[in-house]
Design a protein around this ligand. Structure first.
Ligand code: NDP
Length: 245
């Protein structure tokens, strides 16, 4: 059922997994969606599917580690649809390894995408949301925003940071901009494919045996953004029922 006015949602990391599922779910709900990720051919396919189904979607090749590219994505949203109601700052990577393996380039990539990319995304939409008098920023934390496990020190560090940044945003923006951190356990996406350390890859595959579908996370995001304006859902933690930690 289309909404009264199309609300506008920018989704980063929309080329696969949770971002793609969220884009489809929000589009089905009547949001105009603006899709960003590096693999633009996937974004083009997703946007075409949404438009063919009667929705509104556009896309731009976006690397969230490059501030100007995320600003261009936000500018596209405003130029095409006039405003930005929701940002789903979802882009992330998870190349797990123990610190002693010294996979320093992977540590840097996690910080660049999961922390600096998140900040670049917030910076790209915040002035527009402040100017239009409101908005909603949804970030992707993790159960790793609340606990640390071996081989996940840096990844969990980035997700603790995502949690802290979202909480700070919530406090600073109270009354104007809603902030929600979504903290999932294992979700069946391409994320664990990024584990290159051979010792950790097998353990990660085992951990993901009970992984839930990305649509479960998309439904949680939809729940948060669909609340009436006076209600702010600040965090949702969701795990596979079978997942203990
Ligand atoms: P996927 O690997 O399926 O998706 C990750 C997305 O991030 C892709 O669309 C990828 O697109 C994008 N991305 C990666 N690097 C960049 C970049 N530099 N610039 C722009 N986009 C980028 O994983 P998920 O869907 O699982 O991950 C989405 C989020 O959910 C992440 O933040 C992750 O940490 C979080 N999360 C996932 C969990 C899980 O178990 N799956 C659990 C808890 C949290 P492209 O490569 O085309 O740029």
């Amino acid at each position: 059922m289309p909404r009264r006015l199309p609300e506008v949602a920018v989704v980063t990391g929309a080329s696969s997994g949770i971002g793609a599922a969220t884009a489809r779910t929000l589009a089905d709900e009547g949001f105009a969606v603006v899709l960003g990720a590096r693999r633009s051919e996937r974004l083009e396919t997703l946007a075409s599917d949404i438009v063919r189904a009667g929705g509104n979607a556009t896309f731009l090749a976006t690397d969230v580690t490059i501030p100007g590219e995320v600003t261009a994505l936000a500018d596209l949203a405003v130029a095409t649809y006039g405003r930005i109601d929701v940002l789903v700052a979802n882009a992330g990577v998870m190349p797990l390894s123990p610190l002693r393996a010294l996979r320093v380039a992977e540590w840097e990539r996690m910080v660049d995408v999961n922390v600096k990319g998140l900040l670049n995304s917030i910076a790209a939409v915040l002035p527009q949301m402040e100017a239009q008098g409101g908005g909603h920023i949804v970030t992707l934390g993790s159960v790793g925003s609340h606990l640390v496990a071996p081989a996940a020190a840096v990844y969990c560090g980035t997700k603790f940071a995502a949690w802290a940044i979202t909480e700070g945003l919530r406090q600073e923006s109270a009354g104007r901009i809603r902030a929600t951190v979504i903290s999932p356990g294992a979700v069946a996406t391409e994320l664990p494919d990024g584990v290159a350390d051979p010792d950790v890859a097998a353990a990660t595959r085992a951990f993901y045996a009970d992984a839930i579908d990305a649509d479960a996370v998309a439904r949680a995001i939809l729940y948060a953004v669909n609340q009436p304006a006076e209600v702010a859902v600040n965090e949702i933690i969701l795990r596979p029922t079978a997942q203990a930690f």
